[in-house]
Design a protein around this ligand. Structure first.
Ligand code: DOR
Ligand code: ZN
Length: 346
């Protein structure tokens, strides 16, 4: 029996589009299925000011394939020198939808991030006042903390103190990977949301490390043990408004992944929706897929729901490319490890 599903066009609330040849080569992969995306600012140099965001937005729009309708939702990269007035201006102009907090050194291109959280206090207070969300990469960078514990420790040491010190601050816990992350997201009210990636619903740490090291499954935060993956699947498919899709699709040229010191990032833009339909079907929650991909995130960001729709049809295995060829090199598409039976069409 053929199965069909109509889905309000999804939004990707955490996406890396990069710049230049890579941007040009991969943007179509997101624009094909997604109406809007929260665009991460971790370029080199990062997108720090309102002016930087205008220029980057224009480069993104300029790279879109002809005839595609895709709206980049811009973010600013929080540094210890960020000016609260510039953030307020960027928000008031309608251009910027969030500010991104990277603890310095936590991940790719995070060297300009925050070391001393007291130095960003005024910015956070301004954001609480104007209702601008803070997107948080939630990992401590303390080298004495085991990499698999860095999210849970961040919640206790950094995130909870920031939220207590800044009442009213709207926070998105980005790409949560642990049951502690799920529980903390649930402990907050309407001002706390959490994104979940596609790949963290599929892989646990064995997929990265058992039977050989698989660099295309390495990302940050790194995938944790199976119990955490199960907690993430339960959260994503629960229908709860606080959980929504942010793919964290993060392209790197293959030579930088297949490397003695490989970059972090899984590239899932191409096949994300087919994978998610598979996961939600397995969990008996196909009726909640739309909330996760298309409604909860827009509601959190106070955006109108998209008015166009996609069709998902279950049939023979869908053929996706293994790699996307770009002028910045080939990018390997995330392999979920099982055939994808849900095809996406307009
Ligand atoms: O795996 C990741 N890749 N995690 C991040 O936080 C950054 C991203 C990237 O920019 O490549
Ligand atoms: Zn990211």
């Amino acid at each position: 029996m053929t199965q069909h599903l109509t889905l309000r066009r999804p939004d990707d609330m955490h996406l890396h589009l990069r710049d230049g040849a890579m941007l040009k080569g991969i943007i179509g992969e997101s624009a094909r299925h997604f109406a809007r995306a929260i665009i991460m600012p971790n370029l080199v140099p990062p997108v720090v000011t309102a002016n930087d965001a205008v220029a980057y937005r224009d480069r993104i729009l300029g790279a879109l394939p002809d005839g595609t309708d895709f709206q980049p939702l811009m973010t600013l990269y929080l540094t210890e020198a960020t000016d609260p007035a510039d953030v307020a201006f960027a928000h008031a102009s309608g251009l910027v939808k969030a500010v991104k907090l990277y603890p310095a050194g936590a991940t790719t291109n995070s060297a300009s991030g925050v070391r001393d959280f007291d130095k960003v206090r005024a910015v956070l207070e301004k954001m609480a006042e104007i209702g601008l969300p803070l997107c948080v990469h939630g990992e401590v960078t303390d080298p004495t903390i085991d990499i698999f514990d860095r999210e849970a420790v961040f919640i206790d040491r950094v995130l909870d103190p920031i939220r207590r010190a800044t009442p009213g601050l709207r926070v998105v816990m980005e790409h949560i990977t642990t049951s502690e992350g799920v529980a903390y997201a649930r402990s907050g009210g309407d001002n706390l949301g959490a994104t979940i990636t596609t790949h963290h619903l599929i892989i646990n740490r064995n997929h990265i490390l058992a039977g050989g090291i698989r660099p295309h499954y390495y990302c940050l935060p790194v995938a944790k043990r199976e119990t955490h993956r199960q907690a993430l699947r339960q959260a994503a498919t629960s229908g709860e408004a606080r959980f929504f899709l942010g793919t964290d699709s993060a392209p790197h040229p293959d030579p930088l992944k297949e490397n003695a010191c490989g970059c972090a990032g899984c590239f899932t833009a191409t096949n994300t929706l087919s994978i998610l339909a598979h996961v939600f079907e397995e969990e008996g929650a196909l009726d909640r897929l739309e909330a996760f991909t298309s409604c909860n995130g827009a509601d959190f960001y106070r955006l109108p729901p998209n008015q166009t729709f996609l069709k998902l049809t279950k049939g023979d295995a869908v053929a996706y490319p293994n790699k996307i060829q770009t002028d910045a090199g080939a990018v390997t598409v995330f392999d979920p490890g099982f055939p994808l039976l849900w095809a996406v069409s307009d």
